[in-house]
Design a protein around this ligand. Structure first.
Ligand code: SAM
Length: 293
């Protein structure tokens, strides 16, 4: 067949290879930014389906369309489990979405963002204003540095620590280790709690087993919960609470204040801990998870 100029409009598509045999592909309207930051390859794409998308080392970090699920769910479960969280640390999370949700809680006096790559913060400020807008709040302190180091040197400093990390590659490897969870426990006040994003129960089973064991080794209360995030591998995503005292399952739904949210709500606070049997088996929580719901 003879090719004829003008008959075909060129289309640009981005694929994240989520595993060696599965990927997610999105049609791209334009590339807003692409660079090597010194830590990682970074791109901001304008996609047709998901709006603007932040991609680090080829992996989707956040998109304008579905970021609310991840950011609300990493934040509000812990913030509504602690009776009065005043000092909060976010490790990673340079796009600012987690900080934006933290600031919805009026008890917060200081929110510290520890992001290793200052270019992620700058790019989010420039290209993702609806996600990063909380970073300008006077209660926010931004530290460009290694979250592992920051947490190692923080003693009983925080009520809540949120580990909003990239996948466990490169600088983020240390954010998934048992030693790090021990340091997180020591960086919390005696009734503090943490939440870590712990990846996909379909594609990252070994990592989930490992992180559950690591968190349990340091925290008396360990609970995994789920949310549906369309652009993350498999769509089903896990988070894990490590708590020194309070149990998220013991929270009275009536005590949860009204929040400006689109995914998290009092019913979801509890429903997110209702695990399908294959996930329950994965975390070895068959008995414990039913308690108190
Ligand atoms: N929501 C995202 C996800 O699950 O894909 C994570 C978003 S956020 C952009 C992750 C951030 O963690 C990145 O900007 C990365 O630079 C940062 N990060 C990775 N390792 C880090 C470390 N050791 N200390 C602080 N920040 C780190």
């Amino acid at each position: 067949m003879q090719r004829q100029a003008g008959l075909f409009a060129m289309e640009l598509w981005f694929t994240e290879k989520q595993t060696s045999s599965v990927g997610i592909t999105c049609k791209v309207r334009r590339t807003l930014l692409e660079e090597h930051t010194g830590y990682q390859h970074m791109a901001v794409l304008e996609t047709e389906q998901f709006g603007r998308m932040l991609v680090l080392d080829g992996m989707v970090q956040t998109t304008e369309a579905d970021e609310f699920v991840y950011h609300e769910m990493i934040v509000h479960v812990a913030m509504n489990t602690h009776p009065r969280p005043r000092r909060v640390a976010v490790i990673g999370g340079g796009d600012g979405g987690t900080i934006r949700e933290v600031l919805k809680h009026p008890s917060v006096e200081e929110a510290v963002l520890v992001e290793i790559d200052g270019r992620v913060v700058e790019a989010a400020r420039e290209f993702l204003p609806s996600i990063s807008r909380g970073l300008a709040d006077p209660r926010v302190r931004i530290e460009i540095g290694d979250g592992v180091e920051h947490i190692r040197n923080a003693k009983e400093a925080y009520d809540v620590i949120l580990i909003d990390s990239t996948e466990p590659v490169g600088a983020a490897v240390g954010l998934f280790s048992p030693e790090f969870y021990r340091d997180v426990c020591n960086a919390l006040r005696e009734d503090g709690l943490m939440v870590a994003q712990t990846e996909s129960p379909f594609f990252n089973q070994e990592l989930i087993r490992r992180t559950q064991a690591g968190i349990r080794a340091s925290f008396p209360v360990t609970r995994l919960y789920l949310a549906n995030i369309p652009t993350y591998p498999s769509g089903l995503w896990s988070f894990t609470v490590g708590s020194r005292r309070y149990d998220p399952l013991a929270v009275d739904p009536a005590s949860i204040p009204p929040l400006d949210t689109r995914y998290y709500c009092p019913e979801i606070h509890h429903a997110a801990f209702r695990l399908p049997p294959f996930v329950r088996q994965l975390v070895g929580e068959a008995a414990a998870v039913g308690d108190g719901v």
